[in-house]
Design a protein around this ligand. Structure first.
Ligand code: ADP
Ligand code: TZD
Ligand code: MG
Length: 571
């Protein structure tokens, strides 16, 4: 037999992994090459997959996670063993926390040596490390099991509550040969990877009864609702019932933020005053003050309805009077079917009061946005970006930072579903460039990344990746010389600068120029508006250094209350 006919009859671990992914419609891999997976990426590219190489695995992982969120297919991140794997674990854990489907595939070293701790190259028991940070973790030891391993990984990632999955591929597996026909037969094309979960009809009735009797009803839409892609039905539910709604940050745009029933501009009062609250794909975690305390009305005065695919989410923080367990698409359509023809509009005392509160708050904000003082503050700079997003509603907005995040979330209206991607459940810094790249690759839409200068630094090196793949991403760095503000001083009077302060007047725009992208400095709202418009029109990788008043921010943005207080008096 010539070596050619031999290889025609044989396949190996590398090719089976690629074939298994492709068979299941996975066409893109995000990763960083190296031993033992360099050839896996190379062969995948040769087989027509898109393989996007990053500078650091965390950002490849974030790109994969956001790909999962946007497409409902698990995003795949590929890393080398031990350190590369660990770099990917932050993204894996973040995906799990946020309920985004992703698969972290890592090469690993020799099992026999790792398990005896004999000091292999990049030795680590990766499966054990990954397990607490994901929904499921699998290792494949035999080439004929690759099909099963990939199928289980896909099902685990997307079914039920979506999340991160780890798939461990020892180096030896990748080189294992097997008969090509038997190999092809061993692969599994997953049928109905995320089966619908139909809610029980009595659960739906119970919820509708509660909702109908409410005097001050409120619907809260979370990113689970955005993920579910039941956009039209969710809109119909809100419009048919006439119930005011609050979008959580990544659910903004599920209905346009300018919708008459959107209560965002009256957030604090509706949370306090609502009597029946229906959560759709949103958890009562810290972002909603756990459903109790002074953010909400007197404890016990509110009744909650919760629509979620995870039964154990119910009662996690406060009692849920009417749980509806199922997938959001099925639950919302069951609710719609149960509404009947006549649905009583909520009392006008409630909707009217919300309307008035909104008008007052929006007018107050509008005047702040027009400020022309220099240097720019958060309001004036974001006023320019608000206009950009209004004019380009299909652009994707990525957002991280503290003040930069909190102000942008409340100031920039979103108009379409799944267009706002941010720090999510953890409030994690470092998602910026990974999410921007993943979103640009998956959707082909222009991306605007609005980044605090600190936040940007966590993934800043990936601007090289953005330039390398010539992605239509415009990064705006809100440069206020530091974390929260740039004005802190060293309390000891020593020579080191304060812990929150960066190099003054840094030129992040010049970093972009180093890689052949466009770098611009903007010092006024007009300059900022013009530079972003040019970037979005051209689609060229662009970074705009937006100079923000270093005195403008507050400690931790809007969550300063979460900082513990020392009992020792400050020096
Ligand atoms: P937010 O941060 O926007 O409030 P969370 O991440 O806290 O949203 O909540 C999302 C919720 O959505 C999770 O509890 C998750 O189980 C749920 N979820 C995700 N996808 C679906 C789906 N397809 N159907 C039902 N629930 C879903
Ligand atoms: N590390 C990680 C991974 N996540 C975090 N959230 C933090 C550290 C702590 N942190 C925040 O919560 S916000 C932030 C840090 C470091 C940066 C804030 O500074 P910024 O934004 O420049 O990005 P503003 O506009 O100056 O407030
Ligand atoms: Mg800053």
């Amino acid at each position: 037999m010539t070596s050619e006919t031999q290889s025609q009859n044989l396949t190996d671990g590398f090719h089976l992994v690629i074939d298994a992914l492709k068979l299941n419609g996975i066409t893109t891999i995000y990763g960083v090459p190296g031993i033992p997976i360099t050839d896996l990426g190379r062969f995948a590219q040769a087989q027509g997959m898109r393989v996007i190489s990053f500078r650091h695995e965390q950002h490849a992982g974030h790109a994969a996670a956001i790909a999962g969120y946007l497409t409902q297919k698990p995003g795949v991140c590929l890393t080398v063993s031990a350190p590369g794997f660990l770099n990917g674990v932050t993204a894996l854990a973040n995906a799990t926390t946020n309920c985004f489907p992703m698969i972290l595939i890592s090469g690993s070293s020799e099992r026999e040596i790792v398990d005896l701790q004999q000091g292999d190259y990049e030795e680590m028991d990766q499966l054990a490390v990954a397990r607490p940070h994901c929904k499921a973790a699998y290792r494949v030891l035999h080439a004929e099991d690759i099909g099963v391993g990939v199928a289980r990984a896909i099902r685990s990632a997307v079914s039920g509550r979506p999340g991160g999955v780890y798939l461990d591929l020892p180096a030896k597996l990748l080189g294992q040969a097997m008969d090509a026909v038997a190999g092809a037969k061993s692969l599994i094309k997953v049928v109905d990877a995320a089966p619908r979960q139909i809610p029980a009809s009595d659960a739906v009735l119970r919820a509708l009864d509660l909702l109908k009797g409410a005097k001050r009803p409120l619907i809260i839409l979370g990113k689970g609702a955005a993920y579910a892609q039941a956009d039209a039905d969710i809109r119909t539910l809100i419009e048919k019932t006439g119930i005011p709604y609050l979008p959580m940050s990544m659910a903004k745009g599920l209905l346009p933020d300018t919708h008459p029933l959107c209560a965002s501009a009256a957030r604090s009062s509706v949370l306090k005053e609502a009597d029946v609250v229906m959560l759709i794909g949103a958890r009562l975690n810290w972002l909603l003050s756990h459903g109790k305390g002074k953010t909400w009305g007197e404890r016990g005065t509110q009744t909650f309805i919760q629509v979620d695919i995870a039964p154990t989410e119910m009662d996690s923080n406060v009692a849920i009077g009417a749980p509806i367990v199922g997938d959001i698409g099925s639950c919302v359509s069951a609710l719609l079917a149960g509404l009947g023809r006549e649905w009583p509009a909520p009392p006008s005392a409630w909707t009217g009061a919300i309307h008035q509160r909104k008008e007052v708050n929006l007018a107050k904000m509008a005047s702040q946005l027009l400020s022309n003082s220099l240097p720019m503050n958060f309001h004036s700079a974001l006023g320019a970006l608000k206009k950009i997003v209004r004019e380009r509603p299909d652009a994707i907005l990525v957002n991280e930072g503290a003040n930069t995040l909190d102000f942008a979330r409340s100031i920039i209206d979103m108009y379409q579903p799944r267009k706002r991607l941010d720090v999510g459940t953890w409030g994690v810094m470092g998602i910026g460039m990974g999410y921007a790249i993943g979103a640009a690759i998956e959707t082909g839409k222009p991306v605007l990344a609005v980044e605090g200068d600190s936040a940007f630094g966590f993934s800043g090196m990936e601007i090289e990746t953005i330039c390398r793949y010539n992605l239509p991403i415009c990064v705006v760095v809100f440069n206020n010389n530091g974390i929260y503000r740039g004005t802190d001083t060293n309390p000891s009077g020593g020579a080191d600068v304060a812990t929150t302060v960066f190099v003054k007047n840094a030129r992040y725009d010049m970093m972009m120029q180093a890689f052949g992208g466009v770098g611009v400095q903007a010092t006024s709202p007009e300059e900022l508006y013009r530079a972003v418009n040019t970037a979005m029109d051209s689609g060229k990788p662009t970074l705009i250094n937006a100079v923000i008043d270093e005195k403008a921010g507050t400690e931790s943005g809007r969550i300063g209350n979460l900082n513990p207080q020392s009992v020792v008096k400050k020096a």
